[in-house]
Design a protein around this ligand. Structure first.
Ligand code: CMP
Length: 148
């Protein structure tokens, strides 16, 4: 596997629960480096643009209201097989289906199916989406890949 970069977001529920540090520790213990990071709050328009691929889904409005409801922590993670590694750390989209020891199982426990948007983290699902999502949030000069 080659070195990859992926986009990660700690959503408003993760920021509110004060688990940014815990989640960053999991990334670093798994061999992923934080190559860029910023805290920000998305406007509803920015949120709609970021999640445009889901615009026809029944949960779209709930997802947009939620992701724009408070600050998020956005980071670029780099490392060997970073896209899959990050998704393994996150666990399944629906926290009820996430394996024990994953971020979503450990920190989004107890939310029901209509609240699947409150699943603590987002991570790119492919090389194509990683490139597009990183470009959505960061300029090239804001990304610091070690050993480059
Ligand atoms: P994320 O990885 O950010 O990508 C899309 C988001 O939509 C997903 O995590 C969830 O937060 C949210 N979502 C809400 N309901 C659903 C659902 N039923 N299926 C998939 N995603 C959902």
């Amino acid at each position: 596997m080659s070195t990859e970069s992926t986009l990660s977001i700690i959503k408003p529920d993760g920021v509110e629960k004060r688990i940014i540090g815990e989640i960053y520790s999991r990334f670093e213990r798994a061999g992923l480096a934080i190559a860029a990071a910023k805290m920000m709050r998305l406007t509803p328009d920015q949120a709609r643009s970021f999640y445009a691929v889901h615009k026809d889904r029944s949960f779209f409005d709930r997802l947009i209201n939620f992701i724009a409801s408070g600050p998020i922590m956005v980071q670029v993670l780099t490392g060997n097989d970073a896209i899959h590694k990050n998704r393994d750390l996150m666990g399944a989209t629906n926290p009820k289906e996430a394996a024990p020891g994953t971020i979503r199982c450990d920190f989004a426990r107890g939310i029901d199916d209509e609240e699947t948007h409150r699943n603590i983290v987002h991570g790119s699902d492919s090389r194509e989406s990683a490139e597009a999502e990183i470009g959505f949030f960061f300029k090239p000069e804001e990304i610091f890949v070690q050993g480059r």
